[in-house]
Design a protein around this ligand. Structure first.
Ligand code: FRU
Length: 472
């Protein structure tokens, strides 16, 4: 189908689906989510001519990973968002199986999208083209076609271009799988965005001392932060450890020094970006004031995603809140952007033994917590739909499997002195020690969510209900 022939069905899906999705008690009140169908990766996150743009992988036609198009939101402040015209739909020969993930750049004042045209063949094989599209006067995007075919030595799994400019040179990192089924991140350069030269593999399985590190690396992003170079990527096939890398696929980061000329990246160990149940494919953008911002998909492909109950209401998945990144002593910190404080309503506070704490409405809530060491405290979200146990050396987040009802656990395996927790109907983001760690998770309470406490630890809490702020 061509882009234009998909449009009537997309429109009908939105008209029919949006009222139902927005009435769902699990639909977020202030996070970004699809008005119908399936949303996954954030794409094209950029601050451009005074506004933030965030695009997203979107299938308006159902809660399945098909018809991947680019939806588009814009915002002056990362809090108030507006719908913009759908930016990309599959349909050309080179993107007929999906307009896959990518990034946005400011090319001499023209907002330009760099995305993967995915092409699947009947025999199960596939190829991929890296493509461009430029903004038109109507706020839509005109495709200008492929600029890069599959590089020699790689399978059809080459995708997710993240492009940036340094001086006069454009750079691109690309997720890839080599012919030996090893996941890699490739670095390219170009002087004009259309002619690209492969500089080399800068990270991946078997490189930089990592050993076996997965069969495919998706959604890379590379940027300078606080004096170092940080590479984010989603390595698929990394071995699970006792308390880390427990999700079907992780999002991870590496920190070091990139020598772009020789395509070498000296880096430290691979670390998880988020220790919760749902977090994948994050993308960053530079704010006007120099902050490095990140938004992730609060979902994970495969695994149990297709068991989520919102599918019955015709929609699935949401984004994380926008976060600000910083590097402190070689560790990557994430904190909710301060703009989110605009959502705070009246402040409340409480102090005492956890078991005496009042129950707090948690549909839309921000809570700051500290705990006196020695005894533990447990936080109960909903009717124990999500349970966080906070003891001296560890945080343990527990949730029942949507598949078989068995308890599953995620861990922050170090002392947690303070927590900042953001709740939104069916999601929780737990920021640990001013952002040294984060646990992002969805949960699906039967009643409007509440937060209650148990345990003997002394707690101190400041909290705010957050006002709803829906996309307009
Ligand atoms: C990550 C991903 C990307 C791909 C996109 C397709 O979630 O698999 O690698 O471009 O989703 O929707």
């Amino acid at each position: 189908m061509t882009s234009s022939s998909l449009l009537p069905a997309f429109l009908q899906a939105v008209m029919q689906g949006q009222p139902r999705a927005l009435k769902d008690p699990h639909y977020p009140g202030w996070h970004l989510a699809p008005v119908t169908g399936l949303m996954n990766d954030p794409n094209g996150f950029i601050h451009f001519q005074g506004e933030y743009h965030l695009f997203y992988q979107w299938n308006p036609l159902g809660c399945s990973h098909q018809n991947k198009s680019w939806g588009h939101w814009r915002s002056p402040d990362l809090v108030h968002w507006q719908h913009a015209p759908i930016a990309l739909m599959p349909g050309e020969d080179y993107d007929r199986s999906g307009c896959y993930s990518g990034s946005a750049v400011d090319n001499k004042g023209q907002l330009t999208l760099c995305y993967t045209g995915n092409v699947k063949f009947d025999d199960g094989s596939r190829t991929a083209w890296q493509c461009l599209a430029v903004e038109n006067a109507q706020g839509g995007f005109d495709k200008t076609g492929p600029v890069l075919a599959l590089p020699e030595g790689y399978t059809g799994h080459v995708r997710d271009p993240k492009v940036w400019q340094q001086g006069d040179t454009w750079y691109m990192v690309l997720g890839a799988q080599d012919k030996h089924k090893q996941g890699k991140v490739l670095l390219f350069h170009s002087c004009n965005l259309t002619d690209w030269t492969l500089a080399g593999e800068i990270a991946g399985s078997g490189l930089g001392g990592l050993g076996e590190a997965g069969y495919m690396w998706e959604c890379p992003d590379l940027f300078h932060l606080d004096g170092q170079d940080v590479l984010i990527a989603c390595p698929q096939g990394v071995a699970k450890q006792e308390k880390r890398f427990l999700n079907t696929y992780p999002a991870a980061w590496l920190c070091g020094t990139l020598q772009a000329g020789s395509a070498t990246f000296h880096h430290g160990p691979l670390a998880e970006l988020d220790a919760g149940f749902e977090f994948y494919a994050p993308q960053t953008a530079l704010a006007e004031d120099g902050r490095r911002l990140l938004i992730g998909w609060m979902g994970v492909p495969d695994g149990e995603e297709m068991r989520q109950p919102t599918i019955k209401q015709g929609w699935i998945h949401q984004m994380t809140c926008p976060r600000q990144l910083s590097l402190k002593q070689g560790r990557l910190f994430q904190q909710p952007v301060t703009e989110l404080q605009m959502l705070r309503e009246t402040e409340s506070g409480w102090q005492g033994q956890a078991s005496q704490a009042p129950e707090i409405p948690a549909e839309r809530l921000e809570i700051l917590l500290s705990r006196t060491p020695g005894k533990s405290a447990t936080l109960h979200f909903g009717n124990d739909d999500l349970v966080l146990t906070w003891s001296d050396g560890e945080l343990c987040l527990a949730r029942r499997s949507l598949e078989n009802g068995e308890w599953q656990y995620r861990y922050w395996n170090a002392p947690a002195t303070g927590l900042q927790i953001l709740c939104d109907h069916s999601s929780v983001e737990i920021f640990i020690n001013q952002g040294e760690g984060v646990m992002s998770s969805r949960y699906f309470p039967a009643q409007p969510a509440t937060l209650s406490f148990s345990g003997e630890a002394e707690l101190q809490a400041r909290y705010w209900s957050l006002r709803a702020c829906m996309v307009e």
